[in-house]
Design a protein around this ligand. Structure first.
Ligand SMILES: Nc1ncnc2c1ncn2[C@@H]1O[C@H](COP(=O)(O)OP(=O)(O)OP(=O)(O)O)[C@@H](O)[C@H]1O
Length: 258
């Protein structure tokens, strides 16, 4: 996607979103638009408000102020049942820890098939065939379909979580440090896989990470947070190659020194 192919209306619009915990700021006055097929990276040091913001966006936390519009619908004022339906169909959430996004006592095929059943699939043969197809897409051998996730490596569990999330064809995917906690070589492979899936499926993604290499590879646009506020946002390459804010300069130079 490039700037010239941008559709007129954003898929997701966030206006002045604010969430505090008592006197402590979680995130403050955050605004952005996300267009179909666009990947937005949110970076910042620990405690900068990334998780708070992502939780508010995905409907896991209720913000104190602000507006969130998805596909023309106000997600903060919609009925709980409607928001839950969105989370099952149009949206997906990839957790840092696959245990938070998988059912560890259910087989790999069951983990993927369950999501299909939640959106109305009933035919066992079709569900198993789709689960098998998705295991292949995330590079898990088909003969592992009946294994439980706890028999999988961390990287495989994360790939299974991705399959479980994408099988229903969501349009918007929230990702919270999806490569965190994995070995560097496993991270690289997972990133490659994610990049291919995001591109092939035309997904809109909001990805939270503290790893600038992850956003460099995946994100079209970048938002830098500090103390709950967005201190800089723009095209990823522009922000990373020519950071304007002192904090972003520090963030970029601290990575370069490693
Ligand atoms: N449940 C909570 N109760 C009170 N304060 C909280 C809570 N969750 C987060 N905070 C505070 O909100 C601010 C933002 O935290 P948040 O977890 O969103 O940052 P983060 O950038 O995601 O950090 P990390 O990368 O460590 O997860 C911090 O000052 C944090 O202490």
């Amino acid at each position: 996607m490039n700037a010239f192919s941008k559709p007129d209306t954003p898929l997701f619009r966030v206006e002045n979103l604010t969430k505090s915990y008592g006197p402590r700021i979680g995130c403050a006055d955050v605004s952005f638009d996300l267009y179909p097929g666009e990947v937005l990276g949110i970076v910042g040091e620990s405690g900068s408000g990334k998780s708070t913001l992502l939780s508010c966006l995905a409907g896991h936390l209720t913000p104190d102020r602000g507006q969130i519009t998805y596909d023309g619908r106000n997600t903060l004022s919609m009925a709980e049942a409607e928001r839950r339906k969105l989370a099952r169909t149009d949206w997906a959430f990839v957790h840092q820890n696959p245990r938070d996004g998988l059912r560890m006592g259910v087989s790999a095929g069951g983990n993927v098939g369950e999501r299909l059943m939640a959106v109305g699939a009933r035919h066992y043969g079709d569900i198993r065939a789709q689960a098998l197809d998705w295991l292949g897409r995330v590079e898990i051998a088909g003969d592992r379909i009946d294994d439980r996730p706890r028999a999988f490596s961390g990287g495989m569990q994360q790939r299974l979580q991705i399959a479980r999330n994408l099988v229903t064809g969501p349009r918007l995917v929230f990702m919270d440090e999806p490569t965190g906690g994995l070995d560097v070589s496993v991270q690289a492979r997972l990133l490659d896989l994610l990049r291919g899936l995001v591109r092939d499926l035309g997904l809109s993604v909001i990805i939270v990470t503290h790893d600038l290499a992850v956003v460099r590879l995946l994100a079209h646009r970048l938002m830098v947070m500090k103390g709950g506020f967005v201190v800089e946002q723009g095209l990823t390459d522009q922000v990373l190659d020519d950071p304007q804010h002192g904090y972003t300069q520090l963030l970029v130079s601290s990575v370069l020194q490693v």
